[in-house]
Design a protein around this ligand. Structure first.
Ligand code: M6R
Length: 629
């Protein structure tokens, strides 16, 4: 959960590295550092995150100030941005780390699992200056170099024989400042090839400002990289589809707000602007299905696996697969809890849902599924990521880069893609052409509806509620039912992730089984009201909550608004002594209600975090991709 960058070429490598660190910062933003060589000596600069909320000064900003006020230049530099896995957030623990013979420096993304064994082995033999796993590896490399006259690449190869875990390393040698040695196992790394310059990074976002020609480094590779490219390389290049504009905030104060507002377009993008819809046949066109139609038509058991927000998308995906595709057996597993022992290879498909495509827990389940010969499919946003490459087939979300740690637009794109997959699987089974057409027509109409939803009135109401009701509270309950229960959990996750206000998402019927005891006048309840016949069940829970004095906020469709207002007014004059208000969303068909309902919840979380002056895009203790177990 860190980011690494290296550059060799004619530009000022330090400047490139600092830009890269800033672009990679969502991967970890507690500390950053860089190393370059000047007159044969290492120069190392490290900074820690300082301040809170809007006063936060990120490590990349501090490095930028240092560079702008000095005259440091170099044609080669490595940099790192840190989410601490081993050791506290201190300058000593920040990367780069230097080996004991003071010749090699390293930056690392990943975790070394036999860290304790290595530490014991090296203790007392070399000076250990940090608490990190990374430092141990640079000492191992230094030991190999000290022992025999070998190249840095060979020393790295020999040292890595003793290393277990996941890593992407960039090593530099102060005696050869025209070369970076990269080594990879289970952590993403790519090399951007420019015109007599290279930029190496753990994410394409740090590369595309310089070049879109990218080579992915595979597990087990140790590469020697110079300005002219990768030595002895037979790698296949790809052109990154990442648009450099995606990396910018485009006038918004925060990426999260930009990404919320982008969602109508994101739904269109998930349909490939119509390219994924064959309306005549009532059938989604999904390239990933092309070579596997036979196997997928026979699927009897689907296992959906994911973490966090993607897990909530999976829970809704289960409803789609059962009700639209008519697949009776659908299991949803939290990746870190997944148990495939009852999944037969024959007739099963495992669908891994992941924005980043590199989440450690989800990767682990895909790996296990492969070893059990279970057919795997990826629903992934980041192209060419580990899960995208490791699965038998897949459907990309196409949402572009999501920068804010709190996932918003990709959740909506995951739901859109799962809906398309369900219609496609349904059409390969018993879903009729007219039903397929109707479902696709509904989806095609959704982006315009979402545009209306994000009109000023709802945004303003959400902001008012967030500032006045949510931000001052010390607990918030979200309730929903059926497909809207995962939306309640997602609304709650968004809120706690960026405001740090304790919160839970409940199935509305569960409230009275214990959690109702938590509610009070300072603890609001946000209820998502379904438009189907479960309406009255959720209403019953709303009344239970209101009797505690809990301020009530209901998310309700336009056509139910008057009835809802009447009910709330009636009860407010008699039974309730609490505040009640509504967030009105346009009418949408039931299957699409989860997408429409999540938007106001995202806005509540965003505006509450804004009112509390939180670090919205980079909340404390979190990182965008969770690449550790
Ligand atoms: O990259 P992934 O979709 O696999 O990430 C899964 C979760 O870590 C992620 O959704 C996380 O819960 C988000 N920060 C929630 O906003």
């Amino acid at each position: 959960m860190c980011g690494i960058i290296g550059y060799i070429g004619s530009r000022n490598a330090i400047d490139v590295a600092i830009h890269g660190i800033a672009d990679l910062e969502p991967r970890g933003y507690e500390a950053a550092g860089l190393a370059y060589v000047q007159e044969g000596k290492f120069q190392i600069e490290k900074r820690l995150r300082e301040g809170l909320g809007s006063q936060t000064v990120h490590p990349s900003e501090q490095l930028r100030l240092w560079l702008d006020h000095g005259d440091a230049t170099s044609n080669m530099c490595i940099g790192h941005t840190r989410w601490p896995s081993h050791g506290d957030n201190t300058l000593n623990n920040a990367h780069p780390h230097v080996g004991f013979i003071d010749r090699i420096a390293v930056v690392h993304n990943g975790t070394i699992s036999n860290f304790h064994v290595l530490r014991e082995e090296l203790s007392g033999k070399v000076p250990l200056r940090s608490q990190t796993d990374t430092e141990l590896v640079v000492h191992l490399v230094a030991r190999e170099l000290e022992a025999s006259q070998i190249s840095l690449a060979e020393a790295v190869r020999r040292a890595l024989v003793h290393v277990e875990g996941s890593y992407a390393f960039l090593f530099i040698d102060r005696t050869q400042p025209d070369m970076i040695v990269a080594a990879v196992m289970g952590s993403p790394l790519m090399v951007g090839l420019g015109d007599d310059e290279v930029v190496i990074a753990s994410d394409a976002s740090a590369i595309v400002r310089i070049t879109k020609r990218i080579v992915d480094v595979d597990d087990g590779e140790v590469l020697v990289i110079r300005a002219s490219g990768i030595e002895d390389s037979s790698h296949v290049e790809r052109i990154s589809e990442l648009d450099p504009h995606d990396i910018d905030c485009e006038g918004y104060d925060h990426y999260m707000l930009k990404e919320i507002m982008e969602q109508p377009r994101i739904v269109r993008a998930a349909m490939n602007y119509g390219g994924r819809i064959n309306m005549k046949r009532g059938m989604p066109r999904l390239g990933g299905f092309r070579d596997f139609s036979g196997a997928l038509a026979r699927v009897e058991h689907v296992v959906l696996v994911a973490c966090g927000t993607a897990y909530y998308a999976a829970l809704i995906g289960k409803h789609y697969l059962q009700k639209i595709a008519g697949i009776a057996r659908v299991d949803v597993m939290i990746a870190s809890e997944a148990d495939l022992s009852n999944v037969r290879a024959e007739g099963s498909v495992l669908i891994a849902i992941s924005q980043s495509g590199e989440t450690f827990d989800t990767k682990g389940v895909v790996d296990e599924a492969r070893s059990r010969d279970i057919f795997t499919m990826g629903v992934v946003n980041v192209a060419a990521s580990w899960i995208a490459r490791a699965t038998n087939c897949g459907v990309y979300c196409g949402a572009g880069r999501e920068t804010a740690v709190a996932s918003t637009k990709v959740f909506v794109s995951q739901l859109t893609v799962l809906y398309l997959i369900a219609v496609r699987l349904g059409r390969m089974r018993r879903l009729s052409r007219p039903d397929g057409k109707r479902l696709l027509k509904n989806l095609k109409a959704l982006p315009d509806i979402l545009e209306d939803l994000l009109e000023d009135e709802l945004v303003e109401t959400a902001q008012w509620i967030a500032q006045n009701i949510i931000a001052p509270s010390d607990f918030v309950a979200f309730i929903g039912k059926g497909m809207l229960y995962p939306i309640a959990m997602e609304g709650s996750l968004k809120l706690k992730e960026i405001t740090y206000i304790p919160s839970e998402g409940y199935a509305s019927g569960e409230l009275k089984h214990g959690s109702l005891a938590l509610l009070s006048t300072t603890r609001p309840t946000v209820a998502i009201i379904p438009s189907d016949d479960t309406f009255s069940d959720v209403l019953t829970a709303v009344m239970e909550a209101a009797r505690t004095g809990s301020p009530i906020i209901v998310v309700v469709q336009e056509s139910q608004k008057d009835m809802m207002r009447q009910i709330l007014d009636e009860y407010s004059t008699s039974t309730f002594d609490s505040f009640q208000t509504m967030l009105v969303i346009p009418d949408v068909p039931d299957y699409l209600m989860p997408i429409a309902a999540v938007l106001p919840l995202q806005l509540l979380a965003y505006f509450a975090a804004l009112a509390l002056d939180r670090e919205i895009d980079k909340p404390r203790q979190l990182a965008k991709s969770v690449t550790v177990g």
